[in-house]
Design a binder for this molecule. Structure first.
Ligand SMILES: [Zn+2]
Length: 437
């Protein structure tokens, strides 16, 4: 048995705060502690109480930093680590010009393994302890990511993309091979350690109706797997989808008619939606995923968070690397706040930090395991330094409340504010000189 006592200021959410004054939605402990035992949280709360149960467990004192559950990224592409910040185009040209050539290299298992390792390290450097990740079309790319995550005992949701048309041959499979490869990966990895499989048709444009049927068959055969894809990100994409699926009522219907919607379905972007689509997303309990830095970078549009929430929909939030421009969920919240401001919508700090922790855990159906500091949860913990930069420290001198402090972290923080990241109780944040290599 291995035990560690982490001491610091604790913040964890019990549910989504209804507003900035909803203090019952969270627990904040000024002198708190988390007792980690064999990768799980054995106890958390007031330091005095928790320490009394800790015996002679070694103590890591993070005061005055904040301990929160590790961040969760609900939509990200690991084969795009080397095309982040590629200049000059909107979605379809960006895919053809940058994404597909980069993803073609992932047929090389050695390259895939190296990139998967770098990807996992970058996530934890930025305070992210779980991601729902797209791999390339190659089964070996998914193997590589699952293996690297397993080496770190990191909770991961991932799948090989299914794509059989409208892309270069080097990144295409077939309906049959996509089914067989996904099936084999599910058998090898789903439920193994902290891994979950996501059935991953890239989007309507790159999957034939025959392949969508195969994706639907996989979802029916494996109802405990996630489904992840993209929806209505860009107007040209929507028009092309309508041409390719003339019988579909709308874009969402391509997925809906193939049995791909449900509470385990993650729909990246979901920006330009028709009323019928919003109704169907709500009825099926599917989850749109807001990708702020990506939507701004590709000029895709403004995500209608309030409009969807008003229809009873639970949205995720994500970086969407590599169209997104930062691995940081703090930068993501910063840009998300601004996108909502442009629509007279508000993202207060309590809701923001709930969103990237317990909120995304609920979207993934995993709030019983991650996204909280409650006893019994997996010990994924991020340690935040609210004074990480001179500008933040100067601003913090005037922060008079927890909400104000959190808002400054949300708007000014990045990976420098991540003092440490624990994955299943193990410290994973690299020093700056290690990152640079
Ligand atoms: Zn994406």
């Amino acid at each position: 048995m291995t035990e560690t006592l982490l001491r610091g200021r604790l913040l964890t959410f019990h549910r989504e705060p209804a507003g900035p004054e909803d203090h019952a939605a969270y627990s904040y402990v000024e002198d708190g502690a988390v007792l980690v035992r064999d990768g799980l949280i054995a106890a958390s709360g007031e330091h005095g109480h928790v320490a009394a149960t800790a015996g002679d467990a070694p103590v890591i004192d993070h005061r005055p930093h904040l301990l929160m559950p590790g961040f969760i990224d609900a939509h990200i592409h690991y084969p795009q680590v080397q095309i982040v910040a590629s200049w000059g185009s909107q979605l379809l040209d960006w895919l053809n010009g940058y994404t597909f050539p980069a993803e073609a290299e992932f047929t090389n298992a050695q390259h895939a393994r190296a990139m998967a390792g770098r990807f996992c390290d970058l996530l934890t450097d930025h305070g992210t302890t779980t991601a729902a990740a797209f791999c390339s079309v190659h089964a070996s790319s998914a193997e590589a990511l699952f293996a690297e995550a397993a080496d770190r005992d990191m909770r991961i949701v991932a799948g090989k993309t299914m794509m059989d048309r409208n892309a270069p041959d080097s990144v295409l499979d077939t309906p049959r091979s996509s089914y067989d490869d996904s099936k084999a990966l599910i058998a090898a990895w789903h439920g193994k350690g902290r891994a979950s499989y996501a059935i991953t048709p890239r989007f309507a444009i790159t999957s034939s109706p025959e392949q969508m049927e195969m994706a639907g068959a996989l979802a029916a055969e494996h109802p405990d797997c996630h489904v992840q894809t993209h929806l209505s990100e860009n107007h040209d994409e929507i028009a092309f989808t309508a041409e390719l699926y003339p019988g579909a009522r709308d874009y969402l219907d391509v997925y809906e008619s193939h049995g791909l919607l449900g509470p385990r379905t993650l729909l990246g972007h979901a920006i330009h939606l028709k009323d019928r689509e919003i109704g169907a997303i709500s009825e099926t309990g599917s989850h749109p995923v807001f990708c702020p830095t990506s939507n701004l970078f590709l000029g895709s549009g403004l995500f209608d968070d309030s409009g969807l929430r008003a229809r009873g929909i639970r949205n995720g939030i994500a970086t969407d690397i590599g169209a997104g421009t930062s691995y940081s969920m703090l930068r993501t919240l910063d840009e998300g706040y601004k996108i909502l401001q442009l629509q007279n919508q508000q993202l207060h700090a309590l809701r923001a930090f709930h969103w990237v922790t317990r909120g995304n855990a609920e979207v993934l159906g995993m709030a019983d395991r991650i996204g909280t500091l409650d006893a019994g949860s997996e010990a994924d913990v991020v340690v935040i330094d609210p004074r990480a930069t001179p500008a933040m420290a100067l601003r913090m001198d005037r922060a008079g409340s927890l909400a104000e402090e959190l808002f400054v972290i949300q708007m000014m923080g990045d990976d420098r504010a991540i003092a440490q990241t624990y994955v299943a109780g193990m410290p994973r944040k690299r020093k700056a000189h290690q990152e640079a290599r």
